[in-house]
Design a protein around this ligand. Structure first.
Ligand code: SAH
Ligand code: SF4
Ligand code: F3S
Length: 436
C-alpha cells in the first residue's frame, strides 16, 4: 500500500472522541497530509470508535465494510478510539481491510503507524505509555466558536457496567499550565466558548488546584466568553466548584451530572458509591448557588435485576430533579465488566418498555424547561447558519439550541428574547438596539 496523501477522520461516541478526532486531524496535517472532503475522497480513513454499548461497538464493522470502493479497492483504514483499545489485534483478524489499530492513549504515534502500514508492516498500538500524548501533539487550529479541551482522562471509578476504565485507563489530570496554554491557543484561533472535558472532569486536580481554579484562570482570557465542563461525577462535586457557579460569570448555568438510577439497591450494584438522597441533596446545593442552573443527566434502565419498583424509583428521582435535558440508555452488557456476568439480565422487551416510559418523562421535562424559558432575555452564541434564509443557530447559556434571524456572524454573541419553545429547541428574537 502506498503512503496516503489525504485523510478523513470519522468520530463516534462522546465529546472526548470528537476532541481526539480533531487532534488526530491536526497531527496528520502537521505530517503533510491534507483533509479530504469525505471518506470516499480520502486515501486514509480513521474510524474513531466507541465501545460504550454493544450497538456502538458493532457499528465499526459495518462501517469498515462500507469503505470498500466500487473497483474493489479500499483506502488505508485505521481503527482508533475505544474499540481499538478493547479489541486490539482482534480487529484486523475479523476485518482484514483494517491496516492500523491505535488506542486512545497512543494516537500521537499515528504518523509512525501510517508509515509502517504503508511499508506493509503490522501497525497495532494499544499501549498506555507513561509519556503524555498531549505533549507530542501539534498546536491547535481553528475549531469553531465552541471548542473542546480535554483536561482529565481515564476513570478509576469502575462502575460495574462500564468499559471506560479499561479503554481509557487510569485517571490522569493534565497539568494546569498545559491546559491554560491550550485554552489561550484556542482563544487565538477564535474560540469564544471552551468546554473542559474529562470522563470525570470534576476530579481534575494539579497540586492544590481543583477544577474551579482552572475555570477561574480560563475566565481571565478576555475573548473567552463562556466556559462549560463535562462529565462530572457526583462524588467529585467539590464545594469550590459549586461556588464557582455562583461567582464566575463566564461559567455557564448548566450541569451534566449523571446519576444512572434512582434505586439505592441498583446504585450499589452499579458501584456508584452514592445513593439517591445524596444526589438530590447535591442538586439542592448546586441550585442554592445558581438557582437557574439547567440540570442534565445520564440514566441506565434494565440493569441486571432491576425490578419494576426499582425502576419506579428512577422515575421518582427524575420527577424530583426536573431536567433541562438528559440521556437515557438500555443497559448493554459489555465484555469484561462485572455486570455482564450478573444474574437476572433482563429481557429486551422489559428494557424497551422502561426506556420508553423514562424518555417520555424526560422529553416532557425538556419541553417544559424550554417553555419556561419563553420571555427570558438572554445571550446566544452563534454557532452556524440555519436552513432558512437569514437563519442562524446557536446556544443559550442553558445549552438550549436557539434558532433566530440575525445578521450576526458565527462566533458573535447576541442579545435575544426567547419567544417560542419546541421539544428540542427554542426560537429567539434578536434584541434590536435602540438608535442613538
Ligand atoms: N464518565 C461519564 C460518562 C460515561 S459513558 C460518567 O460517569 O457519567 C456515558 C454514559 O453511558 C454513562 O453515564 C451511562 O449512562 C452510559 N453507559 C455506560 N455504560 C453503559 C452500558 N454498559 N450500558 C448502557 N449504558 C451505559
Ligand atoms: Fe464509566 Fe462510571 Fe467511570 Fe463514568 S464514572 S466512566 S460510568 S466507570
Ligand atoms: Fe465511547 Fe470511549 Fe467515549 S467508550 S463514550 S468513546 S470514552
Amino acid at each position: 500500500m502506498s503512503a496516503p496523501h489525504s485523510f478523513h477522520v470519522k468520530s463516534f461516541g462522546c465529546q472526548m472522541n470528537v476532541y481526539d478526532g480533531q487532534r488526530m486531524a491536526e497531527l496528520l496535517e502537521a505530517d503533510g497530509l491534507t483533509a479530504a472532503a469525505d471518506a470516499d475522497a480520502a486515501d486514509l480513513v480513521v474510524l474513531n470508535t466507541c465501545h460504550i454499548r454493544e450497538k456502538a461497538a458493532e457499528k465499526v464493522y459495518s462501517d469498515i465494510g462500507r469503505l470498500k470502493r466500487e473497483d474493489g479497492s479500499s483506502p488505508m483504514i485505521a481503527v482508533a478510539g475505544c474499540v481499538a483499545q478493547a479489541e486490539g489485534a482482534e480487529i484486523p483478524r475479523r476485518a482484514r481491510a483494517v491496516d492500523i489499530v491505535v488506542g486512545p492513549q497512543a494516537y500521537h504515534r499515528l504518523p509512525a503507524l501510517v508509515a509502517a502500514a504503508a511499508r506493509g508492516e503490522s501497525a497495532i498500538d494499544t499501549d498506555m505509555p507513561a509519556e503524555s500524548k498531549f505533549a507530542a501533539l501539534p498546536g491547535r487550529r481553528r475549531v469553531g466558536p465552541s471548542a473542546f479541551l480535554t483536561v482529565q482522562e481515564g476513570c478509576d471509578k469502575f462502575c460495574t457496567y462500564c468499559v471506560v476504565p479499561y479503554t481509557r485507563g487510569a485517571e490522569i489530570s493534565r497539568p494546569f499550565a498545559a491546559v491554560l496554554d491550550e485554552a489561550k491557543a484556542l482563544a487565538d484561533t477564535g474560540a469564544r466558548e471552551i468546554s473542559l472535558l474529562g470522563q470525570n472532569v470534576n476530579a481534575w486536580g494539579d497540586g492544590d488546584r481543583g477544577l474551579h481554579d482552572l475555570i477561574e484562570a480560563i475566565a481571565l482570557i478576555p475573548s473567552i466568553a463562556r466556559i462549560r465542563y463535562t462529565t462530572s461525577h457526583p462524588n467529585d462535586m467539590a464545594e469550590g466548584l459549586i461556588a464557582a457557579h455562583r461567582d464566575v460569570e463566564k461559567l455557564m448555568p448548566f450541569l451534566h451530572l449523571p446519576v444512572q438510577s434512582g434505586s439505592d439497591r441498583v446504585l450499589k450494584a452499579m458501584n456508584r458509591s452514592h445513593d439517591a438522597a445524596a444526589y438530590l441533596r447535591l442538586i439542592e446545593r448546586v441550585r442554592a448557588a445558581r438557582p437557574d442552573i439547567a440540570i442534565s443527566g445520564d440514566f441506565i434502565v434494565g440493569f441486571p435485576g432491576e425490578t419494576e419498583a426499582e425502576f419506579a424509583q428512577t422515575l421518582a428521582l427524575v420527577e424530583a430533579v426536573g431536567h433541562a435535558q438528559a440521556f437515557s440508555f438500555k443497559y448493554s452488557p459489555r465484555p469484561g465488566t462485572p455486570a455482564a456476568t450478573m444474574a437476572d439480565q433482563l429481557p429486551a422487551a422489559v428494557m424497551d418498555e422502561r426506556l420508553q416510559r423514562l424518555q417520555a418523562l424526560l422529553n416532557a421535562q425538556q419541553h417544559a424547561f424550554n417553555r419556561a424559558s419563553v420571555g427570558r432575555r438572554t445571550e446566544v452564541l452563534i454557532e452556524r447558519t440555519g436552513k432558512l434564509p437569514g437563519q442562524k443557530l446557536g446556544k443559550s447559556p442553558w445549552l438550549q439550541s436557539v434558532h433566530l434571524q440575525t445578521e450576526a456572524a458565527i462566533g458573535d454573541i447576541v442579545a435575544v428574547d426567547i419567544v417560542t419553545a419546541g421539544p428540542n429547541s427554542v426560537g429567539g428574537a434578536e434584541v434590536v438596539k435602540a438608535a442613538a
